[in-house]
Design a binder for this molecule. Sequence first.
Ligand SMILES: [Zn+2]
Length: 265
Amino acid sequence: MHIEPAGRNAPVRYTLRAGDHRLDLNARLGKTLRLTHTGAIACTHCGRATRKSFGQGYCYPCFKRLAQCDTCIVKPETCHFDQGTCREPEWGESHCFQPHVVYLANSSGLKVGITRRTQLPTRWLDQGAIQALPILEVDTRQQSGFVEMLFKEQVADRTNWRAMLKGEVEPVDLCAERDRLLASLDNGLRGLRERFGADSLRVLDVEPVTLDYPVLESPTKVVSHNLDKTPAVGGTLMGLKGQYLMFDTGVINLRKYTGYEVTVE
Ligand SMILES: [Zn+2]
């Protein structure tokens, strides 16, 4: 599923991609949509058929071999590149040793997150954030992990996806939160600058972003569909938010089923 911003005051655009086919999901709002899993799963990296998907879309050998499936991607502060044990040093250099952004977002309340600069705003759209504000830029993924650890002392780093889907999310003054957090974490940030260099952590001065999702009606009770247990799911499409399709019959996180062969009608 491809998610992209659609410019000012327009809701985020969702496109379902299957082979050469493109389905404009925004246009299906209020209409019936049915997804049926054929039983086939293909690894998104090597294309090999796999009975089970590992790490949201990989076959087991790729899951064990690829650097992007290593635990240090989720916990960047545990980067082990300098010990010479990176699974794929070249991939590490081109992905982890690149500028990363530490941001504040509001998906189900205030949260902190990190991402490669080139992954914005995709990362926010994936999380269903309604507001986002980049606050710091650093040189490597590991450094962004250390900064995130510091912020986690004061703010969440996870999205409560049920609250996100229900739309019970109050707006947050992200600029005020940024100023408050930068002031209260000043000691810790100074420590990181001493460790990585005075220019390593750069405070960003940019405007917050507001994101609007195509939702006719948010669910009051969140029931989730599972393609592994029920291969055919669907109903009237009521909304699109984060990686979720919201039907009148329940919600489905399509990210979980990356690599699943699905027929759409
Ligand atoms: Zn594979």
